[in-house]
Design a protein. Structure first.
Length: 280
């Protein structure tokens, strides 16, 4: 966990919600009131965000006391109690929605990720996430992917060179794009990996002839073409399949022997896991 990123996220999220004060709590509950609440799981899945919840409660009020019963990455079922919190009622209520929003979203991602990872278990293929994330929540969403057993791709535009179709078209060709990327890294004294996306076997052949990349993304290949592409690459480069791959057909593509499969839906189209924080 990157504490600086998390601290900034929590600070901004609280400011967005609190504004100039939680006037409902301020008007109905004495400032000195003490209480306790439990976080209840309301459907089965993989829990994620418990560690984040600890940070949120501690940020809002270091005197809040937590008892954690279920850790990140654990299977949960309806009725499970993930944690309890006790202390200032005002602090608990201020933290409530932020904790739930984060944990529900993260747990939904972890649950979907874990389901796909389990289906890939018989194969060498690993599940990757993408940059198809919610602005401002990318770190949390990619954290949830890891909790679910997936693998993070690049975090942003800064930690890998990924030459996609638009880059190729604007650079006027695959060879031009690869050559320019390698020159850029030399000029800037950087050691980033280079991945290039190819759209068909002809583009793949051009990459294989020129080389100078670390990974090849095979985008929107059908099963037969993907199988042939992996055979052509034959261990020379890391392979990634992307586009049109779903939970329902992922094992079919894994049978081709590709190293990674990236699925944007694990972060952009998941259902949050239902849970609630209730006073007791």
């Amino acid at each position: 966990m990157d504490k600086q990123i998390i601290d900034n996220f929590i600070k901004n999220a609280i400011a967005e919600d609190q504004g100039d004060g939680d006037h409902t709590s301020l008007s109905t509950i004495p400032a000195s009131a003490q209480g306790q609440a439990k976080l209840i799981i309301k459907e089965p899945g993989i829990i994620a965000g418990v560690e984040l919840a600890e940070q949120i409660f501690a940020h809002i009020d270091p005197l809040l006391k937590l008892e954690i019963f279920i850790s990140d990455g654990s299977e949960v079922k309806y009725g499970d109690i993930a944690l309890t919190v006790s202390g200032s009622v005002h602090a608990i209520l201020l933290a409530e929605r932020l904790v739930l929003n984060c944990m529900q979203r993260m747990s939904g991602i972890a649950t979907k990720t874990n389901s796909i990872v389990r289906s890939l278990a018989p194969y060498k293929t690993k599940l990757l996430d993408t940059r198809k994330t919610t602005p401002g929540l990318r770190y949390l969403e990619k954290w949830a992917v890891r909790i679910g057993g997936g693998v993070n791709h690049r975090i942003g535009l800064y930690d890998m060179i990924l030459i996609k179709d638009n880059h190729v078209d604007y650079a006027e060709g695959i060879t031009n794009a690869i050559k320019a990327s390698n020159q850029y890294l030399r000029d800037k004294h950087k050691t980033l990996q280079i991945e290039i996306e190819v759209r068909n076997l002809a583009e793949l052949d051009e990459v294989l002839q020129y080389g100078n990349v670390d990974r090849i993304m095979l985008d929107n290949f059908n099963y037969e073409d993907l199988k042939e592409a992996v055979r052509h690459i034959a261990g020379k480069y890391i392979t990634e399949a992307s586009g049109g791959i779903t939970e329902e057909n992922v094992t079919k593509y894994a049978k081709c022997g590709v190293d990674y499969i990236s699925i944007g839906a694990i972060t952009h189209s998941v259902k949050s896991l239902d849970m609630s924080l209730k006073a007791f």
